[in-house]
Design a protein around this ligand. Structure first.
Ligand SMILES: Cc1cc2nc3c(=O)[nH]c(=O)nc-3n(C[C@H](O)[C@H](O)[C@H](O)COP(=O)(O)O)c2cc1C
Length: 222
């Protein structure tokens, strides 16, 4: 078994209470302006910005620090087209019969349909995979712990980082997403988690009118 190795947490910065409060409030105000966008302009995004956002995602905590994620940034036009065609084929089946009515009712307020042009036109498409197991040096399968929780947290940090950097994003989950493994040549131990599309909202972009649960509804103190 590996021996634990510890060091002082010297990069932790203790802030004064006023600074803590003002930072917490500023982030709450800023994050309240994040919305999922489904219409993107073709305007390019500096790849360095996206790389820094990905660096934020890679800082995420994960079960036993196993970091069970792969982020595939898809720039290749031909691959983008393949993604769009495969996603639209799945979505056509989904909207025209496979989806239960309850699911269709749940997504109705967002006005979505089988058309996914943003997979070709948005400047940033990141396919996120969850590593359900890992190959050990002896050839056996090793267990990864809390995979969905870990990849979800990393994705959340990425969404927050993109918003912080001034980009809009869409969390896209065509159902099912197995086509991502073949198009992107990902191994069997990687399960498609979701597709994150990012860029700038199109000039005529609209967002659905929705509400968020209030503190009183969603937060309980005991
Ligand atoms: C796991 C997950 C999957 C989602 N899948 C889709 C999707 O496939 N298509 C879509 O248009 N929106 C998708 N969304 C976006 C949600 O509809 C959106 O986050 C929700 O309506 C709240 O809106 P907001 O992000 O603007 O606050 C998804 C969001 C999450 C967290």
């Amino acid at each position: 078994m590996t021996k634990p190795d510890f060091r002082p947490y010297s990069e932790f910065t203790r802030l004064c209470p006023d600074e803590m409060l003002s930072r917490a409030k500023a982030l709450a105000v800023h994050m309240a302006t994040r919305r999922t966008v489904r219409e993107f302009s073709r305007e390019p995004v500096d790849p360095a910005i996206v790389n820094h956002c990905l660096q934020v995602a890679l800082t995420a905590p994960s079960g036993a620090n196993q970091q069970p994620w792969t982020f595939v940034v898809v720039d290749d036009r031909a691959v983008r087209r393949q993604l769009r065609e495969a996603a639209e084929a799945e979505e056509r089946e989904f909207y025209n019969g496979r989806a239960p009515d309850e699911w269709l009712d749940a997504v109705a307020p967002f006005g979505t349909d089988a058309s996914k042009p943003f997979l070709e036109t948005a400047p940033v498409v990141i396919c996120i995979f969850a590593q359900t197991w890992k190959s050990l040096p002896d050839g056996n399968r090793g267990k990864n712990y809390y995979v969905s929780e870990s990849v979800g947290i990393a994705t959340g940090l990425l969404i927050a980082a993109l918003h912080h950097a001034g980009l809009a994003a869409l969390t896209h989950t065509p159902s099912p997403m197995k086509f991502l493994n073949s198009i992107l040549a990902r191994p069997d131990n990687e399960r498609p988690f979701l597709i994150l599309v990012a860029g700038f909202p199109a000039d005529d972009c609209l967002v659905p009118v929705i509400t968020k649960r209030s503190m009183d509804e969603a937060v309980i103190h005991v």
